[in-house]
Design a protein around this ligand. Structure first.
Ligand SMILES: Cc1cc2nc3c(=O)[nH]c(=O)nc-3n(C[C@H](O)[C@H](O)[C@H](O)COP(=O)(O)OP(=O)(O)OC[C@H]3O[C@@H](n4cnc5c(N)ncnc54)[C@H](O)[C@@H]3O)c2cc1C
Length: 479
């Protein structure tokens, strides 16, 4: 029962027992909802509350990127009339980041965030069990406790939120020192002299952009024609142009065959026989679900060919009473989506009002410099004829605030339905695009028209003025 005296469904019957396997955003956000609705909740986690999102992936990478962002801004300082001098009054040529200190901060911040979430769960009377959970049929979870022994938890509902792990290849095994997954980079204490990033999806692009901003020589090995093959092509082009202009070597249509280390040197061999040498290699080859040895088959929880748990839009699996959320479902590998899937599962199980997951409303961001934020329908869907839209693209270079801030790259793109002018999607490329995209997200979620968006004031001068201007350009005189 809740502490604040609210009457919940459990006041009228036996308390529902919910067991959640995995303490990442899919798991802990679900736990908070279930506790709020009066359930008896246990979270089983093997590697730290907050999950990979907090301990190794999202929070650490964005903390590293915060330092990289500042370095990018400092690189633009001379244009704004600032110069740095060293202690003898000479012009300083380099501003350097101390990678050991940066990594120390990253790890501390991640650990603090994990502890904050754990405290919050405890305040809400959620029981936390450290160990590895496994289904024992659909109505029970057996836990191999971290400090020895096992415990069996009976459950009216189980939520699986076990996440995913970095994909590796037998020909490119990480050694944790020079051949690294994204989970291992924060143990680096020395600055790599040349970092080879293999993989140009979101994770590869973010690390390549960040390490370059920190002053590291970066080579990005991409198997595709361009970086970020899954993102808006115009946005990806802007990013690739900026990265190469700033000095990154981008090898496109270059598929990695193997990665080998000899002493302090790492060699990446490509499938066409070319080799790339560096001091370190970061593998960003995608993720595999952590769904092995979870007792899924015995409990009749179905998985797809890639091992991802199959779920519907209210997070139900094929087994009655078993739900799944987050990366282990492969629906859309974002912390925000994992959290929403987890909440939806609990709202559904505990009989609260629930809207099925709607991926058309998800906003997401690539934390490169510049950032790329998207929401709603994509240019690809438009080009493939899946949806009819009118669109406009407005470069930020014409925006007064952008000029003042020395921002030369980026744009705002809006999609609206012909006739009604209802906004169905947008893309923002620029500094802090992750913040700028929010008005477009609201417009998409609330089916606002371009004209409604233009009625709201924007501050002058501001980058968001370009969003309103894009909406004005899509105005149609009533016929
Ligand atoms: C480098 C990187 C950066 C990212 N940045 C962002 C970002 O900026 N924004 C964003 O929205 N998303 C980001 N993501 C994606 C995001 O991290 C994931 O979508 C998110 O972690 C998924 O949450 P989850 O709860 O499904 O799993 P996880 O966060 O992986 O948590 C699962 C937890 O379950 C535990 N577990 C696994 N098996 C068991 C078991 N059998 N018993 C007990 N515990 C178990 C795991 O150890 C882990 O602690 C990023 C991903 C990467 C790789």
């Amino acid at each position: 029962m809740r502490h604040n005296g609210a009457v919940t469904t459990s006041d009228f019957g036996p308390t529902d027992r919910v067991v959640i396997v995995g303490g990442g955003p899919g798991g802990y956000e679900a736990a908070l909802v279930a506790a709020q609705l009066g359930a008896d909740v246990t979270v089983v986690d093997s590697d730290g509350i907050g999950g990979s999102a907090v301990v190794t992936d999202c929070v650490p990478s964005k903390t590293l990127i915060a330092t990289a962002e500042l370095m990018t801004e400092l690189a633009g300082a001379p244009e704004l009339g600032i110069s740095f001098e060293d202690h003898e009054g000479d012009a300083a040529h380099h501003v350097t980041a101390d990678l050991a200190r940066v990594n120390e901060r990253v790890k501390r911040l991640a650990a603090d965030q994990s502890a904050d979430i754990e405290e919050r769960l405890e305040r809400e009377d959620v029981r936390i069990l450290r160990g590895r959970g496994r289904l024992d049929g659909p109505g029970a979870v057996v836990v191999e406790l971290a400090d020895g022994g096992t415990e069996t938890l009976e459950a009216d509902a189980v939520l699986l939120a076990t996440g995913a792990a970095p994909r590796t290849l037998p020909t490119a095994e990480p050694d944790g020192e020079r051949i690294l997954t994204w989970e291992q980079v924060y143990d680096l204490t020395e600055v790599p002299s040349r970092m080879i990033v293999v993989g140009s999806g979101v994770t590869g692009a973010e690390f390549a952009s960040a390490y370059m901003a920190l002053g590291i020589d970066v080579v990005l090995v991409s198997s595709r024609d361009r970086v970020l093959p899954g993102e808006d092509a115009d946005a990806a082009k802007v990013l690739e142009d900026v990265l190469t202009r700033r000095g990154m070597e981008v090898l496109s249509r270059s598929r990695m065959q193997s990665v080998e280390r000899e002493g302090d040197e790492v060699t990446v061999t490509l499938t066409d026989g070319r080799t790339v040498m560096g001091s370190h290699c970061l593998l960003a080859l995608g993720s595999v679900p952590k769904t092995e040895d979870l007792g899924l088959e015995e409990a009749e929880v179905r998985v797809d060919d890639g091992g991802f748990v199959k779920v519907d839009r209210v997070s139900r699996t094929s087994a009655r009473g078993v739900y799944a959320a987050g990366d282990c479902t492969g629906v859309l590998m974002l912390a925000s989506v994992a959290a929403m899937q987890g909440r939806i599962a609990m709202w559904h199980f505990l009989g609260d009002a629930v809207n099925p997951l709607d991926l058309r409303q998800v906003s997401s961001n690539v934390f490169t410099a510049p950032e790329i934020a998207t929401v709603g329908c994509s240019q690809k869907a438009v080009d493939e004829g899946e949806i009819a839209v009118e669109s406009v693209r407005l470069d930020l270079a014409g925006n007064a605030r952008a000029k003042m801030q020395g921002v030369h790259d980026g744009f705002v793109k809006l999609f609206c339905r012909p006739g009604t002018g209802i906004i169905v999607g947008g893309v923002v490329v620029g500094p802090r695009a992750s913040e700028l995209v929010h008005p477009i997200s609201i417009a998409v979620a609330e089916s606002l028209t371009v004209d409604q968006l233009t009625h709201a004031f924007t501050v002058y001068p501001s980058m968001s003025g370009s969003i309103a201007e894009a909406a004005r350009r899509l105005h149609h005189s009533p016929t």
